[in-house]
Design a protein around this ligand. Structure first.
Ligand code: TXA
Ligand code: MG
Length: 345
């Protein structure tokens, strides 16, 4: 299959691009498109055979449900049995935006593979002009996971999607680099206290200001649950080819890098600005540590860049778990499979 790259340009009328993409979707094909978080791989959410193509293209385990994207809030009652008050408040405050709300699904409306057998469905309205125009032209909901091969870092640029999906999908809409760079916060509102299943750009603090107490289990706590509520959290993710080790502030980076090199390693370092001179063979910046939003934007690009090197080990400097830092550390812990340099020997 040939993969067509359609570039949306602000200076011209793009209606032909949208109608081409909508044609693919209506024919049961997949289209990758930008959102404000990461690129998504979309298919019409009510078309079971199209949804199955998403799982095939990504090599995604079939028990990992997909997020449904909508262009108008009026669509929600079609898919959701009952919209809790907290959900309404969140929609009003954070939509369009990087918040997925998991609610009880109406039976038999979205394709069965979207919910992967759960009785809930995660819905969000993306805050990106291309995603919104696509959804509003299509006039149907799009189920869309991140447009990477399973296990790889999510794509924040159209060429990342091409790297993973070339020849596997018919169409990618290139709308430039995505804004936030980390996937949406996933909030489950089906429990008495809403639970953050995946941290993201909408932080616990931001949510609590609007809806009161919110639970945020750590990765470890989620793993210990017998039936994890966010099935995706149990899989390895965001991982480059070489092993990733987290390294904290208390460890001298120069010494750690020199020791690894003496053992024969070629070392790539992912760290905020200011760590360029630590002697690593490759340095990929995560930006200014005091600007965590910016670190989110750099993260996946930096993880992917490691695969373009001959590094045999990747050190990722840990950041503090506050605000968006919680989401950054969640992704880094998963990329590292929770390996810490400090415990390496
Ligand atoms: O920002 C985003 O959310 C991006 C863009 C494309 O919208 N999408 C995305 O989708 O990250 P994906 O499939 O890569 O991640 C979806 C996460 C998974 O961890 C999945 O397990 C969880 O959301 N999820 C989806 N539906 C769920 C449900 N009904 N209950 C619990 N978790 C759910
Ligand atoms: Mg993903």
């Amino acid at each position: 299959m040939k993969t067509l790259l359609l570039t949306v340009d602000n200076c011209v009328n793009n209606s032909e691009i949208y109608s081409q993409a909508v044609d693919y979707l209506n024919r049961g094909e997949l289209v990758a498109f930008p959102t404000e978080t990461v690129y998504g791989l979309g298919a019409v959410a009510t078309d079971e055979s199209a949804i199955r193509k998403i799982f095939e293209a990504k090599d995604r385990p079939s028990d990992n449900p997909l997020i449904v994207h909508i262009g108008n809030v009026e669509e929600i009652p079609t898919y959701i049995e009952y919209i809790p008050e907290v959900a309404k408040k969140c929609m009003e405050k954070f939509w369009p935006g990087p918040l997925t709300i998991v609610m009880k699904a109406k039976d038999g409306v979205v394709a069965p593979s979207v919910t992967a057998g759960l009785n809930t469905v995660g819905i969000r309205m993306p805050d990106h002009p291309v995603a919104l125009t696509l959804l509003r032209t299509l006039k149907k909901p799009l189920a869309a996971p991140s447009a990477n091969r399973s296990g790889k870092p999510s794509p924040t640029k159209a060429f990342h999607v091409k790297e993973d999906m070339d020849g596997r999908i018919p169409c990618i809409i290139d709308g430039g680099t995505t804004g936030i760079g980390l996937e949406s916060t996933v909030l489950d509102v089906t429990t008495e206290t809403p639970v953050i299943l995946r941290p993201g750009g909408v932080t616990k603090e931001m949510l609590e200001e609007v809806i009161g107490r919110v639970a945020q289990p750590t990765l470890q706590e989620q793993k210990e649950e017998k039936t994890p509520k966010a099935p995706g959290m149990k899989y390895t993710h965001y991982a480059p080819e070489a092993p990733v080790y987290l390294i904290d502030d208390s460890t001298n980076l120069y010494e750690a890098i020199a020791r690894l090199q003496a053992e024969g390693h070629t070392v790539a370092l992912l760290a905020p600005d200011g760590y360029e001179q630590c002697g690593a063979n490759y340095f990929f910046t995560l930006g200014d540590e005091n600007e965590q939003q910016q670190m989110g934007v750099y993260l996946y690009d930096a993880l992917r860049a490691c695969d373009k090197t001959d590094a045999t080990i990747i050190l990722a400097r840990a950041t503090y778990k506050k605000g968006v830092g919680v989401a950054i550390m969640n992704r880094l812990e998963k990329a590292a499979g929770d390996k810490w340099y400090n415990n390496k020997k």
